[in-house]
Design a protein around this ligand. Structure first.
Ligand code: FES
Length: 188
């Protein structure tokens, strides 16, 4: 059997947030059964697991290890090594601050300080209400427009610390088209 894209397979008919834990493991097992005979499929399997569970807690890593017949330490090592895997629950929205050289010297550090203060979390953490995950990235290829902040799929350029609250408001739970600021692609 030739497997297709594991993410597509995982997503097919999978409204994962609506599934019980047991159903999530059943869904994961369906995919692992396809990939277990394929050498080098661990990353794909972890990607599927993260798609289904939202993150990769220890029980899920141990389950993947058992099903694939590989040491748990190896699975945990891979999950910890790649930045696109998350061991902790993630927020509904991800705010990323670029702290590459250009962004750092043009105010990225101050922007991060404001976000840390306003959200009450450090980089790599998620707010208690599950709304925001704060992350650091190192250069997203827009140095001429530094400092840069990413909010989910949106890019905010030339951000000033005083405008951070506008960006957060766009992703606030109560944000509505009338309450939230207009789309801000360049926050000067
Ligand atoms: S350093 Fe931030 S975009 Fe290049």
């Amino acid at each position: 059997m030739t497997p297709g894209n594991p993410l597509k397979i995982a997503a097919q008919g999978c409204h994962c947030e609506e599934l019980s834990e047991e159903q999530k493991f059943e869904r994961l097992d369906e995919i692992l059964a396809i990939y277990r005979e394929q050498p080098g499929s661990l990353i794909n399997c972890l990607y599927v697991a993260q798609t289904i569970f939202g993150h990769l807690p220890d029980p899920v890593l141990a389950h993947v290890a058992r099903r694939l017949g590989v040491p748990t330490a190896r699975v945990t090592g891979v999950a910890s090594f790649y930045s696109f895997f998350s061991r902790q629950p993630r927020g509904r929205h991800t705010i990323k601050v670029c702290l590459g050289t250009a962004c750092y010297v043009r105010g990225g550090r101050e922007i991060m300080e404001v976000l840390v203060r306003d959200l009450g979390i450090k980089a790599g953490e998620t707010t208690e209400d599950g709304q925001y995950t704060l992350e650091v990235v190192r250069c997203v290829g827009a140095c001429a427009l530094a400092p840069v902040v990413l909010g989910d799929d949106e890019t905010f350029r030339r951000v000033r610390p005083t405008k951070v609250s506008e960006i957060l408001a766009r992703f606030a739970p109560s944000a509505t088209p009338s309450a939230a600021p207009a789309p801000v692609k360049e926050v000067v």
